[in-house]
Design a protein around this ligand. Structure first.
Ligand code: SF4
Ligand code: SF4
Length: 120
């Protein structure tokens, strides 16, 4: 009986307290400017630094015969969102956006491929 009353009291108390949860996805929390979400790249010159500093081997890119990068892929199946690629890119062409809703049922959807600066 005592436990029941305590439970009831807790419920009543919380009727007058501001909720700590949000009605996601309608409402979303403020995100820090330093949030490390979806990776984007634009203007890569193919120097290779990002591949060297990526601890999980999540980056691949291909060049054409002229040495121009034609396709650049972040494999989010491997990526740990450490940010190394963004911090160490000497040309500052990688950005980590605030987008975090990346869940999918297809593993292939987790390969973010950019061609000519546009997500393919
Ligand atoms: S470090 Fe930057 S410029 Fe160099 S290959 Fe990676 S994304 Fe491209
Ligand atoms: S965030 Fe880290 S793990 Fe992900 S691609 Fe960049 S360096 Fe690799």
């Amino acid at each position: 009986m005592r436990a029941l009353l305590e439970g009831l009291l807790t419920v009543l108390k919380h009727l007058f307290i501001k909720p700590v949860t949000l009605e996601y996805p309608e409402k979303k929390r403020y995100q820090s400017d330093n949030f490390r979400g979806k990776l984007v790249v634009e203007g890569c010159v193919g120097c290779g630094v990002c591949k060297k500093v990526c601890p999980s081997g999540a980056i691949e890119y291909t060049k054409n015969e002229q040495g121009k990068v034609v396709s650049y892929t972040f494999d989010l199946n491997k990526c740990i969102f450490c940010g190394n690629c963004m911090y160490y890119c000497p040309h500052k062409v990688i950005n980590m956006t605030s987008e975090f809703e990346l869940a999918t049922t297809e593993k292939t959807d987790l390969k973010l491929t950019y061609k000519g600066g546009v997500n393919d």
